[in-house]
Design a protein around this ligand. Structure first.
Ligand code: NI
Length: 425
Protein backbone atom coordinates (compact mmCIF):
# COMPACT_ATOMS: atom_id res chain seq x y z
CA UNK A 1 0.00 0.00 0.00
CA UNK A 2 1.27 3.51 -0.76
CA UNK A 3 3.04 5.26 2.11
CA UNK A 4 4.09 8.84 2.90
CA UNK A 5 7.10 8.07 5.10
CA UNK A 6 8.70 9.73 8.09
CA UNK A 7 6.86 13.04 8.27
CA UNK A 8 5.84 15.24 11.22
CA UNK A 9 2.04 14.92 11.13
CA UNK A 10 -0.37 17.54 12.44
CA UNK A 11 -4.08 18.06 11.99
CA UNK A 12 -6.79 19.90 13.92
CA UNK A 13 -7.75 16.68 15.72
CA UNK A 14 -4.54 16.54 17.76
CA UNK A 15 -2.65 18.76 20.18
CA UNK A 16 0.91 17.60 19.52
CA UNK A 17 2.26 16.65 16.13
CA UNK A 18 3.81 13.19 15.78
CA UNK A 19 6.43 11.65 13.54
CA UNK A 20 5.04 8.76 11.57
CA UNK A 21 4.15 7.15 8.25
CA UNK A 22 0.79 7.72 6.57
CA UNK A 23 -0.36 4.44 5.01
CA UNK A 24 -3.07 4.79 2.38
CA UNK A 25 -5.36 2.17 0.89
CA UNK A 26 -6.60 1.49 -2.62
CA UNK A 27 -9.81 3.39 -1.85
CA UNK A 28 -7.82 6.61 -1.44
CA UNK A 29 -8.45 6.62 2.30
CA UNK A 30 -5.89 6.62 5.08
CA UNK A 31 -5.53 3.09 6.47
CA UNK A 32 -3.21 3.74 9.36
CA UNK A 33 -0.68 6.08 10.93
CA UNK A 34 2.34 4.02 11.98
CA UNK A 35 5.57 4.89 13.81
CA UNK A 36 8.18 6.30 11.39
CA UNK A 37 9.63 3.55 9.19
CA UNK A 38 6.96 0.98 10.13
CA UNK A 39 4.60 1.62 7.18
CA UNK A 40 5.04 -1.07 4.52
CA UNK A 41 4.39 -0.49 0.83
CA UNK A 42 5.27 1.67 -2.16
CA UNK A 43 6.83 4.94 -1.06
CA UNK A 44 4.80 7.91 -2.30
CA UNK A 45 7.10 10.33 -0.54
CA UNK A 46 9.95 9.96 1.96
CA UNK A 47 10.08 12.94 4.31
CA UNK A 48 13.31 11.67 5.90
CA UNK A 49 12.27 13.26 9.20
CA UNK A 50 12.61 16.74 7.74
CA UNK A 51 9.11 17.31 6.36
CA UNK A 52 5.75 18.12 7.89
CA UNK A 53 2.46 16.62 6.69
CA UNK A 54 -0.73 18.64 6.97
CA UNK A 55 -4.21 18.01 5.57
CA UNK A 56 -4.60 19.57 2.11
CA UNK A 57 -5.65 23.22 2.42
CA UNK A 58 -9.17 24.28 1.49
CA UNK A 59 -9.92 27.56 -0.31
CA UNK A 60 -13.55 27.92 0.74
CA UNK A 61 -14.52 30.89 -1.42
CA UNK A 62 -13.04 31.79 -4.77
CA UNK A 63 -13.75 32.35 -8.45
CA UNK A 64 -10.86 30.45 -10.03
CA UNK A 65 -11.30 31.65 -13.61
CA UNK A 66 -10.77 35.25 -12.47
CA UNK A 67 -7.04 34.48 -12.60
CA UNK A 68 -7.36 35.82 -16.18
CA UNK A 69 -8.64 39.15 -14.76
CA UNK A 70 -5.84 39.54 -12.22
CA UNK A 71 -4.65 43.15 -12.04
CA UNK A 72 -7.48 44.52 -14.21
CA UNK A 73 -9.18 46.44 -11.40
CA UNK A 74 -6.93 47.81 -8.69
CA UNK A 75 -7.61 50.01 -5.67
CA UNK A 76 -11.36 50.45 -6.10
CA UNK A 77 -14.26 49.93 -3.69
CA UNK A 78 -16.41 46.84 -4.27
CA UNK A 79 -19.28 48.39 -6.23
CA UNK A 80 -17.01 50.34 -8.62
CA UNK A 81 -14.70 47.34 -8.87
CA UNK A 82 -17.68 45.20 -9.90
CA UNK A 83 -19.70 47.51 -12.13
CA UNK A 84 -16.94 49.54 -13.85
CA UNK A 85 -14.30 46.86 -14.34
CA UNK A 86 -15.22 43.28 -13.51
CA UNK A 87 -18.72 42.85 -14.97
CA UNK A 88 -17.71 44.40 -18.36
CA UNK A 89 -14.62 42.16 -18.54
CA UNK A 90 -16.68 39.10 -17.59
CA UNK A 91 -19.10 39.81 -20.44
CA UNK A 92 -16.26 38.99 -22.84
CA UNK A 93 -15.18 35.67 -21.31
CA UNK A 94 -15.78 32.58 -23.45
CA UNK A 95 -16.08 28.99 -22.18
CA UNK A 96 -12.49 28.43 -23.39
CA UNK A 97 -11.32 31.42 -21.31
CA UNK A 98 -13.09 30.01 -18.25
CA UNK A 99 -11.27 26.70 -18.70
CA UNK A 100 -7.90 28.41 -19.17
CA UNK A 101 -8.42 30.60 -16.09
CA UNK A 102 -9.41 27.56 -14.04
CA UNK A 103 -6.39 25.58 -15.24
CA UNK A 104 -4.13 28.50 -14.36
CA UNK A 105 -5.68 28.57 -10.87
CA UNK A 106 -5.08 24.80 -10.50
CA UNK A 107 -1.34 25.37 -11.08
CA UNK A 108 -1.24 28.10 -8.45
CA UNK A 109 -3.38 26.31 -5.88
CA UNK A 110 -1.86 22.82 -6.11
CA UNK A 111 1.73 24.05 -5.80
CA UNK A 112 0.59 26.08 -2.78
CA UNK A 113 -0.95 23.05 -1.09
CA UNK A 114 -4.62 23.82 -1.85
CA UNK A 115 -6.34 20.53 -2.67
CA UNK A 116 -9.98 21.61 -2.37
CA UNK A 117 -11.81 24.80 -3.34
CA UNK A 118 -15.26 26.35 -3.47
CA UNK A 119 -16.17 28.24 -6.61
CA UNK A 120 -18.97 30.44 -7.92
CA UNK A 121 -18.85 31.53 -11.57
CA UNK A 122 -20.38 30.66 -14.94
CA UNK A 123 -19.68 28.09 -17.70
CA UNK A 124 -19.08 25.99 -14.60
CA UNK A 125 -18.82 22.72 -16.50
CA UNK A 126 -15.44 24.08 -17.67
CA UNK A 127 -14.38 24.60 -14.06
CA UNK A 128 -15.68 21.13 -13.14
CA UNK A 129 -13.67 19.51 -15.94
CA UNK A 130 -10.57 21.48 -14.94
CA UNK A 131 -11.00 20.29 -11.33
CA UNK A 132 -11.51 16.67 -12.36
CA UNK A 133 -8.52 16.66 -14.71
CA UNK A 134 -6.27 18.36 -12.15
CA UNK A 135 -7.23 15.74 -9.56
CA UNK A 136 -8.40 18.12 -6.81
CA UNK A 137 -11.70 18.34 -4.96
CA UNK A 138 -14.28 21.11 -4.95
CA UNK A 139 -17.70 22.60 -4.37
CA UNK A 140 -19.16 24.32 -7.42
CA UNK A 141 -22.11 26.55 -8.22
CA UNK A 142 -23.33 28.67 -11.09
CA UNK A 143 -23.60 32.34 -10.00
CA UNK A 144 -27.28 33.37 -10.14
CA UNK A 145 -28.44 36.94 -10.67
CA UNK A 146 -31.87 38.59 -10.79
CA UNK A 147 -34.66 36.13 -11.49
CA UNK A 148 -32.90 34.56 -14.47
CA UNK A 149 -34.49 31.13 -14.97
CA UNK A 150 -31.86 30.16 -17.54
CA UNK A 151 -29.07 30.45 -15.00
CA UNK A 152 -31.04 28.40 -12.47
CA UNK A 153 -31.53 25.75 -15.14
CA UNK A 154 -27.76 25.78 -15.82
CA UNK A 155 -27.04 25.42 -12.10
CA UNK A 156 -29.42 22.45 -11.85
CA UNK A 157 -27.88 20.87 -14.95
CA UNK A 158 -24.44 21.29 -13.32
CA UNK A 159 -25.75 19.45 -10.26
CA UNK A 160 -27.24 16.68 -12.39
CA UNK A 161 -23.99 16.15 -14.22
CA UNK A 162 -21.36 16.65 -11.53
CA UNK A 163 -22.77 16.43 -7.98
CA UNK A 164 -20.94 13.57 -6.24
CA UNK A 165 -18.73 12.84 -9.28
CA UNK A 166 -15.81 10.63 -8.32
CA UNK A 167 -16.42 11.65 -4.69
CA UNK A 168 -14.59 14.87 -5.53
CA UNK A 169 -17.38 17.32 -6.43
CA UNK A 170 -20.31 18.79 -4.53
CA UNK A 171 -22.67 21.22 -6.25
CA UNK A 172 -24.51 24.11 -4.62
CA UNK A 173 -26.98 26.67 -5.94
CA UNK A 174 -25.26 30.05 -6.21
CA UNK A 175 -27.39 33.15 -5.63
CA UNK A 176 -24.71 35.84 -6.10
CA UNK A 177 -25.67 38.24 -3.29
CA UNK A 178 -28.71 39.86 -1.65
CA UNK A 179 -28.09 43.00 -3.73
CA UNK A 180 -28.14 41.16 -7.09
CA UNK A 181 -30.94 38.63 -6.41
CA UNK A 182 -34.39 39.79 -5.18
CA UNK A 183 -35.54 38.38 -1.87
CA UNK A 184 -38.40 36.42 -3.41
CA UNK A 185 -36.01 34.80 -5.89
CA UNK A 186 -33.64 33.86 -3.05
CA UNK A 187 -36.57 32.21 -1.30
CA UNK A 188 -37.34 30.17 -4.43
CA UNK A 189 -33.69 29.18 -4.84
CA UNK A 190 -33.54 28.02 -1.19
CA UNK A 191 -36.72 25.96 -1.66
CA UNK A 192 -35.26 24.40 -4.80
CA UNK A 193 -32.00 23.60 -2.97
CA UNK A 194 -33.93 21.93 -0.18
CA UNK A 195 -36.07 19.95 -2.63
CA UNK A 196 -33.00 18.71 -4.55
CA UNK A 197 -30.85 18.21 -1.44
CA UNK A 198 -28.27 20.76 -2.58
CA UNK A 199 -26.35 23.42 -0.68
CA UNK A 200 -26.32 27.18 -1.27
CA UNK A 201 -23.25 29.42 -1.71
CA UNK A 202 -23.99 33.14 -1.19
CA UNK A 203 -21.95 36.37 -0.95
CA UNK A 204 -23.06 37.78 2.38
CA UNK A 205 -22.62 41.17 4.06
CA UNK A 206 -19.29 41.90 2.42
CA UNK A 207 -19.62 45.69 2.79
CA UNK A 208 -21.22 48.05 5.28
CA UNK A 209 -23.52 49.34 2.55
CA UNK A 210 -25.14 45.90 2.38
CA UNK A 211 -25.98 45.95 6.09
CA UNK A 212 -27.41 49.47 5.69
CA UNK A 213 -29.57 48.25 2.79
CA UNK A 214 -30.94 45.39 4.90
CA UNK A 215 -31.96 47.79 7.61
CA UNK A 216 -33.06 50.83 5.60
CA UNK A 217 -34.60 49.28 2.50
CA UNK A 218 -35.47 45.65 3.17
CA UNK A 219 -36.42 46.51 6.78
CA UNK A 220 -35.17 43.16 8.02
CA UNK A 221 -32.27 42.00 10.14
CA UNK A 222 -29.79 39.71 8.35
CA UNK A 223 -30.42 36.60 10.47
CA UNK A 224 -34.19 37.02 9.99
CA UNK A 225 -33.60 37.29 6.24
CA UNK A 226 -31.67 33.99 6.22
CA UNK A 227 -34.31 32.25 8.27
CA UNK A 228 -37.34 33.60 6.40
CA UNK A 229 -35.74 32.75 3.03
CA UNK A 230 -35.36 29.14 4.16
CA UNK A 231 -31.58 29.30 3.75
CA UNK A 232 -30.87 27.81 7.17
CA UNK A 233 -32.58 24.59 6.07
CA UNK A 234 -30.43 23.73 3.04
CA UNK A 235 -27.87 20.87 2.93
CA UNK A 236 -24.95 23.27 3.44
CA UNK A 237 -25.05 27.07 3.50
CA UNK A 238 -21.75 28.74 2.61
CA UNK A 239 -21.79 32.45 3.48
CA UNK A 240 -18.78 34.17 1.91
CA UNK A 241 -17.33 37.21 3.72
CA UNK A 242 -19.88 37.94 6.48
CA UNK A 243 -17.75 40.98 7.35
CA UNK A 244 -20.74 42.98 8.62
CA UNK A 245 -22.72 40.14 10.23
CA UNK A 246 -24.23 41.72 13.39
CA UNK A 247 -22.47 39.86 16.18
CA UNK A 248 -25.56 39.55 18.37
CA UNK A 249 -27.17 37.46 15.58
CA UNK A 250 -24.31 34.98 15.18
CA UNK A 251 -25.85 32.38 17.52
CA UNK A 252 -28.61 31.95 14.91
CA UNK A 253 -26.08 30.56 12.39
CA UNK A 254 -24.10 28.38 14.83
CA UNK A 255 -25.36 25.24 13.08
CA UNK A 256 -23.57 22.28 11.56
CA UNK A 257 -24.86 23.08 8.04
CA UNK A 258 -23.69 26.73 8.04
CA UNK A 259 -20.15 27.97 7.36
CA UNK A 260 -18.94 31.57 7.33
CA UNK A 261 -15.98 32.02 4.99
CA UNK A 262 -13.42 34.59 6.08
CA UNK A 263 -11.58 36.24 3.15
CA UNK A 264 -9.24 38.58 5.03
CA UNK A 265 -7.03 39.76 2.16
CA UNK A 266 -9.83 40.46 -0.31
CA UNK A 267 -11.76 42.35 2.38
CA UNK A 268 -8.69 44.41 3.23
CA UNK A 269 -7.79 45.13 -0.39
CA UNK A 270 -11.30 46.28 -1.34
CA UNK A 271 -11.52 48.32 1.84
CA UNK A 272 -14.56 46.34 2.97
CA UNK A 273 -13.47 45.92 6.59
CA UNK A 274 -12.56 43.02 8.84
CA UNK A 275 -14.91 40.21 9.86
CA UNK A 276 -15.43 39.91 13.65
CA UNK A 277 -13.53 36.64 13.96
CA UNK A 278 -13.20 36.82 17.74
CA UNK A 279 -17.00 36.95 18.01
CA UNK A 280 -17.41 34.29 15.31
CA UNK A 281 -15.28 31.90 17.33
CA UNK A 282 -16.94 32.78 20.65
CA UNK A 283 -20.39 32.16 19.18
CA UNK A 284 -19.45 28.68 17.93
CA UNK A 285 -20.08 29.26 14.21
CA UNK A 286 -17.94 27.27 11.79
CA UNK A 287 -15.37 29.51 10.11
CA UNK A 288 -13.42 28.60 6.97
CA UNK A 289 -10.88 30.60 4.93
CA UNK A 290 -10.99 31.74 1.32
CA UNK A 291 -9.02 33.93 -1.04
CA UNK A 292 -11.93 35.22 -3.14
CA UNK A 293 -10.96 35.71 -6.81
CA UNK A 294 -7.52 36.70 -8.05
CA UNK A 295 -8.89 40.07 -9.22
CA UNK A 296 -9.36 41.21 -5.61
CA UNK A 297 -6.56 39.49 -3.69
CA UNK A 298 -4.41 38.94 -5.90
CA UNK A 299 -3.19 35.47 -4.87
CA UNK A 300 -4.94 32.14 -4.44
CA UNK A 301 -2.66 31.42 -1.49
CA UNK A 302 -4.22 30.04 1.68
CA UNK A 303 -0.91 30.36 3.58
CA UNK A 304 -1.23 34.08 3.03
CA UNK A 305 -4.81 34.06 4.30
CA UNK A 306 -3.86 32.02 7.39
CA UNK A 307 -1.05 34.38 8.26
CA UNK A 308 -3.14 37.50 7.60
CA UNK A 309 -6.06 36.15 9.64
CA UNK A 310 -3.78 35.08 12.49
CA UNK A 311 -2.16 38.51 12.66
CA UNK A 312 -4.86 41.07 11.88
CA UNK A 313 -7.38 40.04 14.54
CA UNK A 314 -4.73 40.17 17.25
CA UNK A 315 -3.94 43.75 16.32
CA UNK A 316 -7.54 44.80 15.90
CA UNK A 317 -8.59 43.28 19.24
CA UNK A 318 -5.38 44.27 21.08
CA UNK A 319 -5.21 40.59 22.10
CA UNK A 320 -2.47 38.15 20.99
CA UNK A 321 -4.63 35.11 21.82
CA UNK A 322 -7.28 35.75 19.11
CA UNK A 323 -7.20 33.56 15.97
CA UNK A 324 -4.33 31.34 17.10
CA UNK A 325 -2.32 29.28 14.63
CA UNK A 326 -4.18 26.08 15.48
CA UNK A 327 -7.52 27.79 15.01
CA UNK A 328 -6.66 29.23 11.58
CA UNK A 329 -5.17 25.92 10.41
CA UNK A 330 -8.43 24.28 11.44
CA UNK A 331 -10.32 26.90 9.41
CA UNK A 332 -8.10 26.20 6.41
CA UNK A 333 -8.50 22.41 6.58
CA UNK A 334 -11.27 20.45 8.29
CA UNK A 335 -13.66 23.40 8.69
CA UNK A 336 -13.43 24.22 4.99
CA UNK A 337 -13.88 20.58 3.97
CA UNK A 338 -16.95 20.07 6.20
CA UNK A 339 -18.44 23.36 5.08
CA UNK A 340 -18.16 22.31 1.45
CA UNK A 341 -19.90 19.00 2.12
CA UNK A 342 -16.84 16.71 2.35
CA UNK A 343 -17.37 14.98 5.68
CA UNK A 344 -14.39 12.62 5.45
CA UNK A 345 -11.76 15.16 4.39
CA UNK A 346 -9.53 17.51 6.38
CA UNK A 347 -7.90 15.34 9.02
CA UNK A 348 -4.97 12.91 8.81
CA UNK A 349 -6.73 10.04 10.58
CA UNK A 350 -7.70 6.49 9.58
CA UNK A 351 -10.77 6.40 7.30
CA UNK A 352 -10.33 10.00 6.20
CA UNK A 353 -9.49 10.59 2.54
CA UNK A 354 -5.71 10.82 1.98
CA UNK A 355 -5.71 14.52 1.02
CA UNK A 356 -2.28 15.42 2.38
CA UNK A 357 0.38 18.04 1.68
CA UNK A 358 4.04 17.75 2.54
CA UNK A 359 5.98 20.81 3.76
CA UNK A 360 9.76 21.20 3.56
CA UNK A 361 11.25 21.68 7.03
CA UNK A 362 14.82 21.46 5.71
CA UNK A 363 14.72 25.21 5.45
CA UNK A 364 15.97 28.06 7.67
CA UNK A 365 12.51 29.09 8.83
CA UNK A 366 11.82 25.67 10.40
CA UNK A 367 14.84 25.26 12.67
CA UNK A 368 13.32 24.56 16.09
CA UNK A 369 10.07 23.12 14.77
CA UNK A 370 9.07 20.00 16.72
CA UNK A 371 6.05 18.00 17.92
CA UNK A 372 4.90 20.75 20.27
CA UNK A 373 4.98 23.78 17.97
CA UNK A 374 4.39 22.52 14.41
CA UNK A 375 1.16 24.50 13.73
CA UNK A 376 2.70 27.73 15.02
CA UNK A 377 5.76 27.23 12.78
CA UNK A 378 3.51 26.53 9.80
CA UNK A 379 1.30 29.59 10.24
CA UNK A 380 3.77 32.21 11.48
CA UNK A 381 6.96 31.12 9.71
CA UNK A 382 5.66 28.98 6.85
CA UNK A 383 4.76 29.92 3.30
CA UNK A 384 3.30 28.34 0.19
CA UNK A 385 6.89 28.13 -1.13
CA UNK A 386 7.53 25.34 1.39
CA UNK A 387 5.05 22.91 -0.21
CA UNK A 388 6.94 19.92 -1.64
CA UNK A 389 4.06 17.59 -2.47
CA UNK A 390 0.28 17.43 -2.68
CA UNK A 391 -1.90 14.30 -2.68
CA UNK A 392 -5.66 13.92 -3.12
CA UNK A 393 -7.20 10.55 -2.24
CA UNK A 394 -3.62 9.26 -2.09
CA UNK A 395 -2.91 10.28 -5.66
CA UNK A 396 0.14 12.49 -6.17
CA UNK A 397 -0.66 15.76 -7.95
CA UNK A 398 2.57 17.64 -7.31
CA UNK A 399 6.05 16.65 -6.17
CA UNK A 400 9.21 18.74 -5.91
CA UNK A 401 8.19 21.33 -8.48
CA UNK A 402 6.67 18.85 -10.95
CA UNK A 403 2.97 18.78 -11.74
CA UNK A 404 1.83 15.20 -12.26
CA UNK A 405 -1.61 15.93 -13.72
CA UNK A 406 -1.10 19.28 -15.46
CA UNK A 407 1.06 20.55 -18.32
CA UNK A 408 2.39 23.75 -16.79
CA UNK A 409 4.02 25.20 -19.90
CA UNK A 410 0.98 24.58 -22.10
CA UNK A 411 -1.37 26.17 -19.54
CA UNK A 412 0.86 29.21 -19.10
CA UNK A 413 1.12 29.86 -22.82
CA UNK A 414 -2.63 29.42 -23.29
CA UNK A 415 -3.25 31.80 -20.37
CA UNK A 416 -0.91 34.46 -21.75
CA UNK A 417 -2.64 34.34 -25.14
CA UNK A 418 -6.14 34.45 -23.63
CA UNK A 419 -5.26 37.38 -21.41
CA UNK A 420 -3.74 39.33 -24.29
CA UNK A 421 -6.84 38.77 -26.45
CA UNK A 422 -9.08 39.79 -23.57
CA UNK A 423 -7.45 43.17 -22.95
CA UNK A 424 -7.10 43.94 -26.67
CA UNK A 425 -10.80 43.35 -27.47
NI1 NI B 1 -16.51 36.35 -4.15
Amino acid sequence: MPVIKNVLIWDAGRRDAQYGDIVTGESGRINAITPPGAGRGDVLFDGAGRCMALPGLVNAHTHVSMTLLRGLAEELPLMEWLHQRIFPAEDKLTPANIRTGADLAMLEMISGGVTCFCDMYYFMNEVADSLLDAGVRGALCRGLMGEDEKRIYENLALAEEYNGRDGRVTVQLGPHAPYTVPREAVRKIAALAKERNLGVHFHWLETKGELDTFRNEYKIEPADYLESAGLLEVRELILAHSVWFPTEQLARVARDNVTLVHNPKSNLKLGSGYAPIKEFLESGVRVALGTDGAASNNRLDIWDEMRTAALMHKGYNLDPTVAGAREVLKMATVNGARGLGFKDVGLIQPDYMADVIVIDMDNPRYVGCDETNAPEFAVYAGSSRDVRAAFVAGKPLYRDGEYLTLDKDAILSRARADRLALVRN
